[in-house]
Every structure is written in structure tokens, then in C-alpha cells.
Ligand binder design. Structure first.
Ligand code: HEC
Length: 139
């Protein structure tokens, strides 16, 4: 079996069958978050595209007042370009629109740390990160 296919099978076994454009690098990142989520939440039963979508679209009052939602910068359409508060262009979040997304754990971690703090006023949990990426790789 090819490594990519094997990874997809392992991921399906760990995470349930998710609609996905994920390649081996995104799969590896998702597997890391799944392993962390199992430790953090004994009842962890896999990531959810629907929960990831809800996190992406949700509005929060616990973070900074000028960033109540991920969509403040990323827009409500993951396939579209977004914009920072300063007006700098942000590439699309959907993996289909920007295939180099979510393949480097350190990169994902850096931006989850920053953006979850801005929007939620706290760190995202491993499950939330996996849900978010699961949604974005399905787009
Ligand atoms: C203040 C503007 C802003 C908000 C609000 C924001 N982001 Fe981002 N986000 C950025 C910028 C800027 C980047 C880095 C530029 C890029 O990757 O194109 C980024 C990148 C990311 C990445 C990195 C993706 C990769 O390529 O690995 C993730 C993950 C992410 N954001 C998640 C979130 C989540 C989850 C939320 C809501 C909880 C959120 N962002 C809210 C500005 C924002």
C-alpha cells in the first residue's frame, strides 16, 4: 500500500470517515492533534467537520472586541482571500483553494495560538484544532 493511502486508512480508522482533500502532510498534522485530543479528552471520538465549521463561523465575546470571529479576517467563505486588521491579504483557508495549508504543524500551531487567543481569549484545544482543520480540508 502506498504511504499516502496507508495514512488515509489509518486516519479513517482514528478519526472516522471525513470528506477530505488532505494529503500525507495534512494527515500527519491531524494525527498529531488526534493523539493530543485522546490524552486531553478521554471520551474523544474523532474530529467533526460540522464542529469545525461552527468554530469558524461562531461569534465570541471572550476575545478581543475587534476580532469576534475567525471570519473577521478569513471571511465567511474559506475559498476566498481574507484580510488582516491592517489590510494585508491573507490567502484562502480552504485546502482546495490553497493546497499548502495545514501541512506544517509548527505553522498551524503558531497561528492557532495567536488567533484563538484573539478570538476566544484562550488557547484552542487539540480537538478544536482538529475540527477546524477537518472542516478546512473538506472545503
Ligand atoms: C486578526 C486576523 C485573524 C483572525 C481573527 C483569525 N486569523 Fe487565522 N490567520 C491570520 C493570519 C494573518 C494568518 C497567516 C497568514 C496566512 O497563513 O495566510 C492566519 C493563519 C491561520 C492558520 C494557519 C494555516 C496554515 O497554513 O497552517 C490557522 C490554522 C488559522 N489562521 C486559524 C484561525 C482560527 C481557528 C481563527 C478563529 C479562532 C482565526 N484563524 C482567526 C489572521 C487571523
Amino acid at each position: 500500500m502506498k504511504p499516502a493511502l496507508l495514512a488515509a486508512v489509518v486516519l479513517a480508522g482514528t478519526l472516522g470517515t471525513l470528506p477530505s482533500h488532505a494529503g500525507p502532510t495534512q494527515t500527519a498534522v491531524l494525527e498529531t492533534y488526534a493523539a493530543q485530543a485522546k490524552v486531553a479528552e478521554p471520551g474523544f471520538a474523532g474530529f467533526s467537520v460540522e464542529r469545525g465549521k461552527a468554530l469558524f463561523l461562531g461569534r465570541f465575546t471572550t476575545g478581543k472586541p475587534d476580532t469576534p470571529s475567525c471570519t473577521t479576517c478569513h471571511t465567511t467563505d474559506p475559498r476566498k482571500e481574507g484580510q488582516t486588521r491592517a489590510g494585508k491579504v491573507i490567502g484562502p483557508m480552504a485546502l482546495s483553494a490553497k493546497p499548502d495549508r495545514y501541512g506544517v504543524l509548527a505553522e498551524a500551531e503558531k497561528w492557532f495560538a495567536r488567533n484563538c487567543d484573539s478570538v476566544l481569549g484562550r488557547a484552542c484545544t487539540p480537538r478544536e484544532k482538529g475540527d477546524f482543520i477537518s472542516f478546512m480540508v473538506s472545503q
